[in-house]
Design a protein around this ligand. Structure first.
Ligand SMILES: Nc1ncnc2c1ncn2[C@@H]1O[C@H](COP(=O)(O)OP(=O)(O)OP(=O)(O)O)[C@@H](O)[C@H]1O
Ligand SMILES: [Mg+2]
Length: 139
């Protein structure tokens, strides 16, 4: 499914709708170029889970944990060297967890992603709107 988002608010709204449909243990891959809107999506998603804390990019920690209706693990793997580093940080715990994992730059661990991963691919259109593709989940 593809949805066009005209602004930040609409992308957050899509994040919210996805959060309404997920289960404990879900893994959500967030892909798109720098500034596409992956973190904006994560903000909307977090709101739906009742997380009040500000969602910031977990740039220096690779993972940020939040407590809501479900635990939310927000990963940003932009600076990850590869799957070896992911393994040594105990990353698999987030792929098979008691909460939900949102993973920016999940390309870095492509082969480790569970089969039932939900894929959100964000593309910036020429008019700067966003094309949000959702795979593995019906809204
Ligand atoms: N339709 C839209 N949806 C989401 N963000 C938008 C949209 N239009 C403009 N923006 C802007 O684009 C930026 C998206 O930033 P965001 O941090 O979410 O990107 P990102 O994909 O997480 O990038 P990075 O790879 O650097 O983490 C924000 O400044 C936001 O205001
Ligand atoms: Mg981001």
């Amino acid at each position: 499914m593809h949805i066009i988002s005209k602004n930040e608010k609409e992308t957050q709204e899509i994040g919210r709708k996805v959060a309404q449909k997920i289960n404990k243990g879900s893994v959500i891959s967030l892909r798109g170029s720098l500034g596409a809107g992956k973190t904006v999506f994560a903000k909307g998603f977090a709101k739906e889970l009742g997380i009040e804390e500000a969602i910031v990019s977990p740039t220096f920690t690779l993972v940020q944990e939040y407590d809501g209706k479900l635990k939310m693990y927000h990963l940003d793997l932009y600076r990850l060297s590869g799957e070896d580093e992911f393994e040594s940080m105990g990353g698999e715990d987030f792929l098979y967890s008691d909460g939900v994992a949102l993973i920016e730059w999940s390309e870095k661990i492509e082969d480790m992603l569970p089969d039932d991963t939900i894929y959100i691919n964000i593309t910036i259109n020429d008019d700067l709107s966003r094309d949000i593709e959702i795979k593995g989940l019906e809204l």
